[in-house]
Design a protein around this ligand. Structure first.
Ligand code: IMP
Ligand code: MG
Length: 423
């Protein structure tokens, strides 16, 4: 549980692991920075570039070893002995090894990280190196990748938009289905209507392409699923209906969710609504409160905007109040800042991803990749998915597209190598 003071200092907005790596890479950067480089000409810094590249690579290789040490200790039942847990106390659990040195070289070739003499390795440089490393391991086939779950807003489409016919990410999603990898769209957007009308409208682009595909087998088409409201409503593509069909809760619900009583869930939402309403009045927010079966939120009034700081205040206030309530201890919930709105949902993406893994046949965290944009430690809803799956942290739908293309390229490269070895 993060304290209010930490929140006020914005530690929740920083990722401890990424900040730590940034600090390590800052050392070679500073030692080989060349203030005179742009005065003396480009050629003068080739040597500095080569040395910095080697040193950055050596640091990434050392971090790679530290992650292996954590995996070893976790396997041996001595997690407290993992060195990286002492160095970065906020570090999470890793599902796989991460080939960080190789991933660094790949991203360095694209982003010229070690060529820079005046701009140090950034948060985004490191985030993308980690993404590439995760993709490389998952594609290597040691443990075949079986499920890719994707967040909706900001990951698959721009905030509040839809997957339209021309969405550039659709072809690569079809490529994953063709490789027998299931796709689960795990979104906070919750529409209780079992006809799935709103999901069908928002995802129409991909539904039509899957329906009309002559390359996908019926089994591959059924591998397209939507988990809405974080972990509340499951839909699956049906070949007979040629669209999404509601899956009864009994078929997929996790044992830990079965214990939740309806009156506790409603009490939790009542309490959240009360706090959000107080915030609205005290801060004079230009928003409207929306109550749903499994969620409550505040959205901007038409033509109005709520500022980020106020949205975060609402998230923090509500989260704190719920954490200290009786119903909040019985029911998992997710309070987050959606960019222009705030929501409290029953359930979270850990449960959403886990339910899909179980429903599709005991898929493990090592065989699952979740792609999302919200990985800050509080007030962000993809963060919880880290407890169930490997993750890739994107900043926009273009990055999602790039990451999935990269995944397919690596999967195919490894498949070709395997075929050659077997021939
Ligand atoms: P995601 O990024 O796909 O998880 O979707 C998050 C966005 O969905 C939020 O920022 C809201 O704008 C929207 N949304 C619509 N209905 C709900 C709901 O019931 N709970 C949470 N978010 C919702
Ligand atoms: Mg999102």
């Amino acid at each position: 549980m993060t304290t209010k003071v930490e929140y006020a200092l914005k530690s929740h907005r920083r990722d401890g692991f990424i900040e730590w790596i940034k600090g390590l890479l800052a050392v070679p950067f500073v030692l080989h920075s060349e203030p005179a480089a742009y005065i003396q000409g480009v050629e003068s810094w080739t040597e500095a570039t080569n040395i910095t590249r080697q040193q950055y690579a050596a640091i990434m290789s050392d971090i790679e070893q530290l992650i292996e040490d954590q995996l070893d200790n976790d396997r041996k039942g001595t997690p407290h002995l993992a060195k990286i847990r002492h160095l970065v106390p906020s570090i999470g659990t890793f599902f796989t090894k991460l080939p960080l040195e190789e991933a660094f070289y790949a991203q360095d070739a694209k982003r010229a990280i070690s060529c820079r003499r005046l701009v140090s390795p950034s948060f985004n440089d490191i985030r993308l190196i980690l993404n590439t490393a995760q993709i490389m391991t998952l594609a290597s086939g040691h443990e075949p990748l079986k499920l890719v779950t994707l967040d909706g807003d900001v990951t698959l489409y721009e905030d509040g938009q839809s997957l339209t016919h021309d969405s550039p990410v659709i072809p690569v999603l079809l490529e994953l289905l063709k490789r027998d990898i299931a796709i689960g769209i795990v979104t906070a957007a919750g529409y209780a209507d079992t006809s799935g009308t709103r999901y069908k409208e928002r995802l129409e682009g991909i539904l039509v392409k899957v329906r009309d595909s002559t390359e996908l087998t019926p089994a591959q088409k059924r591998n397209l699923l939507v988990m809405g409201g974080e972990s509340n409503f499951l839909f699956r593509f049906s070949v007979d209906s040629a669209t999404l069909v509601y899956v009864d809760r009994e078929e997929w619900i996790l044992p830990e969710m079965m214990k939740w009583e309806e009156n506790d869930m409603q009490s939790l939402l009542d309490l959240a609504e009360e706090v959000i309403t107080s915030c609205k009045h005290v801060m004079n927010l230009k928003g409207e409160i929306i109550r749903k079966d499994r969620a409550v939120g505040i959205i901007p009034l038409p033509g109005q905007k709520m500022i980020r700081e106020d949205l975060e205040e609402v998230v923090l206030g509500t989260q704190r109040r719920l954490e200290f309530s009786e119903c909040g201890r019985k029911i998992n919930f997710c309070a987050f800042n959606g960019g222009s709105d705030v929501w409290v949902d029953i359930g979270d993406k850990r449960l959403g991803v886990k339910a899909l893994q179980r429903y599709l046949g005991q898929i493990s965290g090592r065989q699952t990749l979740h792609v999302g944009d919200q990985f800050a430690s509080i007030g962000a809803n993809d963060f919880k998915a880290r407890l169930a799956a490997c993750t890739v942290w994107v900043a926009n739908p273009e990055e999602t597209n790039d990451a999935l293309q990269e995944l397919c390229v690596h999967i195919d490269k490894h498949a070709t190598k395997r075929l050659k070895r077997e021939a």
